[in-house]
Design a protein around this ligand. Sequence first.
Ligand SMILES: Cc1ncc(COP(=O)(O)O)c(C=O)c1O
Length: 429
Amino acid sequence: MLNNTQMRERDLAHIWHPCSQMKDYESLPFIPIKSGKGAYLFDFDGNQYLDAISSWWVNLFGHANPYINEKIKEQVDTLEHVIFAGFSHEPAIRLAERLVALTPEKLNKLFFADNGSSAIEIALKMSFQYYKNDGVVKDIFISLENSYHGETMGALAVGDVSLYKEIYSEILIKTVQAKSPALVSEDEALASMEVLFQKYRGRIAAVVIEPLVQCAGSMAMYGANYISELKKLCEKYEVFMIADEIAVGFGRTGTMFACEQAGVTPDFLCLSKGITGGYLPLSVVMTSDEIYSAFYCDYSEGKSFLDSHSYTGNALACTAANATLDLFEKEHVIETNKVKIDILSALLKRFVDLPNVKEVRQRGFIAAVELAGYAPEKRIGLEIYKYALAHGVLLRPLGNVVYFMPPYIVTEEQLIEMTDVAYEAIKRV
Ligand SMILES: Cc1ncc(COP(=O)(O)O)c(C=O)c1O
């Protein structure tokens, strides 16, 4: 039987890992995972790791969830995939019906893609083309400072995390950033948005936001009121609102979708990550009948939305998504999560007393502990990551911010375990 070292050698011979300086793996070897069960991952040396970050925020109901497994197994013998242009299938139709019923009113139409970044590209392209179909060119997109929307070129362009974006600055489409309500007051953020709306009046296709939590931007959080006020501004200046709920959707902020807390229906809603319970790549862009109609005409008019991806509407991914929604329904997850969310808040209280902790914040099942006083080059997060791994917990701090985004099947004991390890790690740095 192969061990971690042997698996690493085979991997490093060919594989270039994401979001990594490959040389770092000389001093901090990555962990080859053999299997997963519930909230735990197991490596080839027999170590186990409590997955406190739901494997990049996707895994909602644990690894190898028996119910989702069963549904995928059933589907794989029926239909694994079919071209989605000119064809359709039941898992996609059922998923579309269910998502329309679950999301804010008026989001009646749904376009499939296969990852979060692609969903953002689609929402950007649709909002641009909506106006272009009417002979109007609106060539500017606005987003928030400190935002993250993915790594493809359009998604990077509306993002604002310089670590990922800066190096490509010369080749990105032009976008403008307004102040983030997570970093300045809500009033200041809204005022900064309105200044941009006035400056570029008539030229802005859409504003894109991560409702309530800027996750990759160090779990920066803001209130629902900003979203409702922004929506009013968008209506006043005829700018589309794209809500990127790729990370915060499906219960993460305490409600099924973050926009619900603001009572807002965005013009475009992008969903991915947790949609399949962390099983298979899938994303959707939801929009209104009104927007859909602007593309609906004779082919010869040249107004069709011709975006496509080979795995669009993949039947296995849609099945995993339907199984995920079944679990939400059957287990009343939004309700039962409330108890666990309260347990997590209680466990976080003691972090405030640590001298190197600047702030503890939480929105639903996203909790963050921000450390103060460390220069970025100290890579303090990496030290905490190493300590936690050595103690059986997968944490993946963002700079100086240690966060928890556990799968919803997490138990009280597991919440205690992950916060205990984080507490000790923070105490030691
Ligand atoms: C808010 C948000 N939007 C978009 C993306 C991009 O999704 P993907 O990594 O599937 O391309 C992410 C990924 O972390 C995200 O957090």
